[in-house]
Design a protein around this ligand. Structure first.
Ligand SMILES: Nc1ncnc2c1ncn2[C@@H]1O[C@H](COP(=O)(O)OP(=O)(O)OP(=O)(O)O)[C@@H](O)[C@H]1O
Ligand SMILES: [Mg+2]
Length: 237
C-alpha cells in the first residue's frame, strides 16, 4: 500500500543553520504517528519543511503518489495537507464562525464523509456556543479547538499538528485529547508533534524520534515503549 505521506532525505535550513538533516519517514494511511524529540530537535521545522514554508530546503515529499515538494505552501494545503502550527494561526479579529467559514474547502472527489460546519460544531459544542465571539477573545483551549476545527474544514487527507496541548490546563489537555481520539477513530491520518508523552503515546500507532535534526528511531508504539535506551538517549525520559 502506498503511504499517505512519504518524506525522503528532507533537509531544512534557517540561513546557514542546517536544522533538519536527511530525514526520511512514511506516514501510514489512517494512523497517528507521533514525532517526538527534545526542545530544538527540529520537530516544528520538519512540519514547516513539509508544508513548503522554509526558504531553503531539499528532499522529496509525496502525498500518496503525488510529489508536492515543489509546490508553494498554499498549493500544498490545497493538495490535502492540513497544518496546525504551534501559533495556531487563527484570526483574532474574526468571529469563531467567520474563522471557520474562511477555512472551509470542499473535499476532493471520492473523499470520506466531508467536514461541514455542522459536523465541526458536533465535535466541538463549545465552539458552537461561542460562534459569535471574536477569535482573540477565546481561551487557550478554545483557540486550539478552533485551530483544529479550521484544519478539519480544509477537508484534507492528512493533518500535521504541532503541540496541541502546549500551555493548556490539565482539564483542557484532556478535552483536546478526547477530540484527537475521536479524530483518530474517524480514520484521518495524523502527524502529531507532542511534548506531553503520555498523551502522545495514548494516541500514537507509530512513533518517530528526532534528535539534533536527525531521525534516530522509528517503530510502532509498543516497540517504542520497550525501547528504553532510545527514550533515555533522545528524550531524557
Ligand atoms: N525562525 C527561525 N530562525 C532561526 N532558527 C530557528 C527558527 N526556528 C527555529 N530555529 C532553530 O532551529 C532549531 C530547531 O527548531 P524547531 O523549532 O524545529 O525545534 P522543535 O523540535 O520544534 O522544538 P520545541 O520543542 O522547542 O518546539 C532550533 O535550534 C531553533 O533554535
Ligand atoms: Mg516546536
Amino acid at each position: 500500500m502506498t503511504a499517505a505521506l512519504t518524506v525522503e532525505d528532507l533537509n531544512g535550513w534557517y540561513d546557514d543553520a542546517h536544522v533538519v538533516q536527511g530525514v526520511s519517514f512514511e506516514l501510514a494511511e489512517g494512523k497517528v504517528t507521533a514525532l517526538l524529540g527534545r526542545n530544538g530537535a527540529g520537530k516544528s521545522t520538519i512540519l514547516k519543511a513539509v508544508m513548503g514554508l522554509l526558504r531553503r530546503r531539499s528532499g522529496k515529499v509525496a502525498l500518496g503518489s503525488r510529489r508536492i515538494d515543489r509546490l508553494p505552501p498554499h498549493r500544498v494545503a490545497l493538495s490535502g495537507l492540513g497544518y496546525i502550527p504551534e501559533t495556531r494561526g487563527i484570526f483574532p479579529s474574526l468571529t469563531v464562525a467567520e474563522n471557520l467559514t474562511v477555512a472551509a474547502r470542499p473535499a476532493a472527489d471520492g473523499a470520506r464523509e466531508s467536514w461541514t460546519l455542522a459536523r465541526v460544531f458536533d465535535l466541538f459544542p463549545r465552539l458552537a456556543e461561542r460562534r459569535q465571539v471574536g477569535g482573540g477573545q477565546l481561551s487557550g483551549g478554545e483557540q486550539q479547538m478552533l485551530a483544529i476545527a479550521r484544519a478539519l474544514l480544509g477537508n484534507g487527507r492528512l493533518l500535521l499538528i504541532d503541540e496541541p496541548t502546549e500551555g493548556l490546563a490539565p482539564a483542557v489537555v484532556a478535552d483536546i485529547e478526547t477530540v484527537l481520539q475521536d479524530l483518530k477513530r474517524s480514520g484521518i491520518t495524523v502527524l502529531l508533534v507532542e511534548q506531553n508523552y503520555p498523551v502522545a503515546l495514548r494516541l500514537a500507532d507509530n512513533v518517530l524520534v528526532l534528535g539534533k535534526g536527525r531521525l534516530r528511531w522509528a517503530g510502532d508504539e509498543p516497540a517504542f515503549r520497550s525501547a528504553e535506551d532510545v527514550r533515555q538517549t533522545w528524550l531524557g525520559v
